[in-house]
Design a protein around this ligand. Sequence first.
Ligand code: NOJ
Ligand code: CA
Length: 708
Amino acid sequence: MKPFIKFFMLTLLGLSACNESVQEATVNSPSGNNLLHFFLDTEGTPHYFVEHNGTRVIDTSSLGFEFKEWPALRSGLTITNVQATGTDETWEMPWGEQQEVRNHYNEMRVSLKEENDEERSLHLVFRMYDDGLGFRYEIPEHEGKEEVIITDEYTEFMLTGDHTAWWIPGDWDIYEHLYNTSRVSEIDAISKRDHPNLASTYIPENAVNTPITLRAEGKQRYYLSLHEAALIDYAGMTLKVNENRPGFVSELVGSDISGYKVKRSLPFHTPWRTIQIADEAPELIESKLIVNLNEPNKIGDVSWFTPMKYTGIWWEMHMGKSTWDFANTQKGGETLSMEDAKGTHGATTENAKAFIDFSAANNIGGVLIEGWNTGWEHWIGFEDREGVFDFVTPYPDYDLQEVVSYADEKGVEIIMHHETSAAPRTYEKQMDTAYALMQKLGIHSVKSGYVGKIIPKGEYHHGQWMVNHYNNAVIKAAEYQVAVNAHEPIKATGLRRTYPNMIAREGLRGQEFNAWASDGGNPPEHLPIVAFTRMLGGPIDFTPGIFDIKMEKWKPENQVNTTLAHQLALYVVIYSPIQMAADLIENYEGHPAFQFIRDVGVNWSQTDVINGEPGDYVTIARKERNTGNWFLGAITDEEARNMELSLDFLDPGKTYTATVYADGEDAHWNENPTSYSISNREVTRQDTMTISMAPGGGVAVSFIEKTE
Ligand code: NOJ
Ligand code: CA
């Protein structure tokens, strides 16, 4: 469908600007459910508050900046103009949770000027949606000033109560923390420093990272999620817990090298500061606020990227069955000969072919191969990681060209792997060569990685310098028709709308922690929290589908803390245009439940979030783009749950064969995780379905349309 755009003037409730006595303006969302009130106090400091259906949900909060060698912009301001516009457009996702997205908002642009000799200007732009709002600062040109250095941004998000919060610490370096549940006043991010299983942490303040999701439990129950959209050429925003009244104030990630937070030449604007507002938790997941606040596609056609499932030479390294490095120095420290090394190195031509065969035979589009290039012997533990990987030279037992040709013959795509070991300067030097090699070979996606402390020391994963690195890598990759799935990434802020080759990212405690974390792995509540927090930012490369839950053979000390049916449900619950079937091939061969992974889609025309509560459970149904088949996934935390679901999401007038992959009656994430059952029945949208989930369990259902 062709996008259409309609502009119209708004009816602003009580808009009164350009009037010296009243320095305030308000704007509502299209349906009028959300209302933003902007005002200047007697000091000329900008403030806002937000109401949802008449209830105040964001309390009076102030806005402003401090700069290096330039006076603060936090007071002494006056409103010079207020402009109101609106947009109602529909745009198409090249791949996504749904095909068409409505972008419907009212916008208010407030122009402010200092009442002093400097007469600096500042604009605040508010976009009001029915599912929340975004606002950003615009700093225009200023005579005699080329660039500004921001030492602090003071954006407050004050709350009207001490809500329940699902949060991770505002770590400048890593995002792979477990989520915590507490009252806002009880957030203690500092206690999360120095986690034994994290490659790097730096938590300078009692701050959280975003998205942070909140539930107000007073007279009126509602949900909020605070985040940012379109994080470009700016530092990532963490939120410092306010001390006197419940709320947060922005704390930008800094740099020990530059000593500041952000440097920008004028004019510029900040990323959007976003507030999702919902009466029920499922609406948070259905909201498209974050992508809508991003610019439309700037790279054109991306049909060279196909959403796909993939297998890979990956879990076997995390299991300790094989190694990334050719010479097995990770195990013993000594360099082995080619002969001796054989059998320990995972990425061999032979092993890659086995994965290609398996993918081809099982309706899986891709194969990821990690540990294929030289450099892995110097990886973990080496301070000087600069110049270690070259991204073009395979180990002697891996014939890249042969693997690619073989995959081609079988109709399978190879997924490239670039572990930068957090040495972005080395990567930047080689990006063109590396992506050009991929283009020559016809490889259209890369998984990149940034494990460890950033080199140079003093830069952080979430600072402006790295934000630019991550974004530039994606923009450059697009020139070579390469799509990027970054691990240890900057958080997702909806840039996939602008750069749809930004396909997925890790940016959470992924499945791999279950393979080796010394803290017992991800608890059963992990993904029921992730669905309402991290997933609001965008697609997640979680790598689901572990069937060998207890890993007795390889990792008897570790396990996955869910049932097998829960693992299947993740293909639907966790959204990504690439979904790994992560387990070892031998754990899938001949396994009846693997049929669900064979069948399940990865690209959707529609998504229905049926129910859910953060940290407890969530049920999502999605309709596959090309086939019209529906898939449903439900997961629960450590509580068993029964529920009756209406199947009214199914298409009218159609009959489907529903295949239900459920927890066995005696299933339990710890006692009996692999107990499951498979059953079939015919259904239509008039039917209901009773589902039972074991503790740590789930259910996955495929609804395949019946053709006579
Ligand atoms: C961490 C990534 O998350 C993981 O998936 C990968 O296998 C290792 N780094 C090695 O690059
Ligand atoms: Ca990781």
